[in-house]
Design a binder for this molecule. Structure first.
Ligand code: MG
Length: 317
């Protein structure tokens, strides 16, 4: 934000709310106040765009998360889609629909966006504000990438790799839905997910051929990857990396993990990855066939086929 940009905003309640946010954001916001944002894309790179909407009582409940956490989480979720493409963040546009009650929480929401902007390395380059019947946060993220990872590039013989440990968000949701306080480790995975931006760039630079971020559960997302890659994949449930206290079934179906599922050669140096990022990188299956040799996902437990675990469709589902 520049002094000029602030000055250019007119009078009125909407602009007062924007001014409150800009005051909290300081240098984290740039170019706000002109009609549109201008971004430089590095030479040789392509622009990557993704948008993600979080709606009260669909994606979260007010009593489960603070306003700061709701704002932070909405940015992290949007950024995870940039991570899945191995893109570097350029900027985000924040569109808010606020009730009067939520307008009274504007400082807390703004601070959540500020923490996300700072910690996740993405400037705030624009936004929109409307009045609504519930809180809705739409985050559009813009990024750049030279060699994008897509869902469609898996190769015969690749291993399936997953970052981090799975199950935390599901265990947090299970506790919250039953009225209990989740263990701090589970709650952190739910309230402050970590989009794997740098991890994805490392994986792309080390031979990854396709990627997806885990939003529906690793089994469901592996199915998406298999379909997009027109391949047959084997997911070995007994190899899933578990958060302490999570079962294999929890890990397989836990959604909104925002970990990455990638295909890459089985020779990938996972120890180098683990040294770099301090989280595990685990081989959990492989690409068994590509093309017309039978497509889709087979889940196995101790080398035996087992039914596909049910995916996650937000807490309301
Ligand atoms: Mg995604």
């Amino acid at each position: 934000m520049t002094a000029d940009a602030n000055f250019a905003l007119g009078p009125g309640a909407e602009f007062d709310t924007v001014r409150v946010m800009l005051a909290r954001w300081g240098a984290l916001a740039s170019g706000v106040g002109d009609d549109a944002a201008l971004l430089d894309v590095p030479a040789g790179s392509r622009l990557v765009v993704s948008t993600d909407t979080s709606v009260e009582n669909v994606h979260f409940r007010r009593e489960w998360l603070s306003a700061e956490e709701i704002a932070y989480r909405s940015v992290a979720a949007a950024l995870s889609d940039l991570a899945a493409m191995a893109a570097a963040p350029l900027g985000m546009v924040i569109a808010l629909s606020l009730t009067d009650q939520w307008r009274a929480q504007i400082v807390q929401l703004a601070d959540g966006f500020a923490v996300a902007s700072r910690n996740l390395g993405i400037p705030i380059v624009g936004g929109d504000l409307t009045r609504g019947s519930e809180l809705s946060i739409s985050i559009t993220v813009l990024g750049s990438v030279e060699r994008p990872l897509t869902r469609g590039g898996a190769r015969l013989g690749d291993a399936l790799w997953v970052t981090g440990r799975l199950g935390g968000p599901l265990l947090a949701l299970r506790a919250l839905e039953s009225g209990a306080a989740p263990k701090p480790a589970y709650r952190a995975r739910f309230a402050q997910p970590a989009p794997r931006i740098r991890e994805a760039q490392w994986l792309a630079a080390h031979g990854a051929t396709s990627a997806i971020d885990i939003s529906d559960g690793v089994a469901a997302d592996a199915s998406h990857l298999a379909a997009a890659s027109a391949s047959r994949m084997i997911l070995e449930l007994d190899r899933l990396p578990l958060m302490l206290g999570a079962t294999v079934e929890d890990a397989a179906s836990s959604g909104e993990e925002y970990e990455l599922l990638v295909t890459a050669p089985g020779t990938l140096d996972h120890r180098a990855f683990e040294r770099e990022f301090g989280i595990p990188l685990t081989a959990v299956g492989h690409v068994e066939a590509v093309g017309n040799h039978g497509q889709g996902l087979e889940t196995q437990n101790r080398s035996q086929p087992v039914p596909l675990p049910r995916g996650h469709s937000h807490f309301s589902g």
